[in-house]
Design a binder for this molecule. Structure first.
Ligand SMILES: [Zn+2]
Length: 297
């Protein structure tokens, strides 16, 4: 079987063609995502898949990672930052157009799947993938299979509340974890205190130098929330490994102080918790999409 993996992003769409192993890339393409409408987007994806038709693919199947939550029964994509998709029967429609099996998966689940099968989570039974980037999302893989939950919302822990009196979130709730743990959240906390816009790395470095009290406070809130959020996940699921992705995953404190804060939140301060950085970087989405090709819910 050949796998076609598509990472459908808000601005860019990437396609890879692989053999049975999703890391064995035969062909790669990248286009600007068609955002003008649903039919136009379907047409673009059809053209993109047609453009690799010359490769004489054997029993090709498509896996597609999409932004937003995916209904496990219908393949419809909701709450997406890609408006044309909103609640359309995307998986069915794409399958009809392409005439081959299509599996649509949440993009954060693609990250978790690729890291579990081929990256930092390889060889572990239960892998939690957590993306701390513009937002916070993730996924859960159990024995090499995605666990997307009965409603398709497993891994949406970015929108679990940690502070019911916290700031309003776009999801309609207040004080979601994402508001403190995402890169955007770290930058917001710093901006609210100082009026200046710094990048996450700069805020982190300022906190380490010690003479910027606001940066120190922001990183302290970040670490404490990280401990609470991941501690709660460990107490609920007791995973074999937690793999962190997204821009914030580059902060070295996650794997030292961050890990200690998590341990402190877990029953009896257990020390044998594994929190590691991802290995596949920005490519994890499209590899995960390819890995999802040919699978069923
Ligand atoms: Zn939220």
């Amino acid at each position: 079987m050949h796998r076609i993996g598509i990472d459908l992003g808000g601005t860019k769409t990437e396609l890879i063609v692989t053999g049975e192993n999703p890391l064995d890339v035969i062909e790669k393409k990248r286009v600007e995502t068609e955002r003008s409408g649903y039919q136009a987007l379907l047409k673009q994806l059809e053209d993109l898949v047609d453009s690799v038709g010359n490769l004489a693919l054997e029993n090709p199947a498509v896996g597609l990672g999409a932004p937003g939550f995916v209904d496990p029964k219908t393949g419809a994509v909701g709450s997406s930052n890609l408006r044309p998709l909103s609640f359309k029967p995307f998986q069915d429609d794409l399958q009809k157009r392409l005439g081959m099996p299509v599996r649509v998966v949440n993009d954060a689940n693609c990250f978790a799947l690729s890291e579990a099968l081929h990256g930092a989570g390889k060889g572990y039974g239960m892998v939690l993938g957590i993306i701390l980037g513009t937002g916070m999302g993730g996924g859960l893989v159990l024995d090499g299979k995605l666990w997307s939950g009965s409603q398709g919302i497993a891994g949406e822990w970015g929108h679990a509340t940690v502070n019911s009196e916290g700031p309003a979130c776009y999801c309609g709730r207040r004080g979601c974890q994402e508001l403190y743990l995402s890169g955007t959240g770290i930058q917001r906390m710093y901006r609210e205190r100082t009026g200046s816009d710094l990048g996450v790395q700069q805020i982190f470095e300022a906190s380490q130098e010690g003479n910027d009290a606001d940066a120190v406070q922001v990183m302290e809130i970040f670490l404490e929330t990280f401990g609470q959020a991941l501690g709660n996940l460990v107490m609920s699921l007791d995973p074999d490994v937690i793999v962190i992705g997204g821009g914030v995953s580059n902060l070295p404190i996650l794997y030292k102080e961050g890990l200690q804060r998590v341990s402190a939140q877990v029953f009896q301060g257990r020390q044998n918790i594994r929190i590691v950085q991802n290995q596949l970087g920005d490519s994890s989405g499209v590899y995960g999409a390819a890995a999802a090709a040919g699978t069923t819910v």
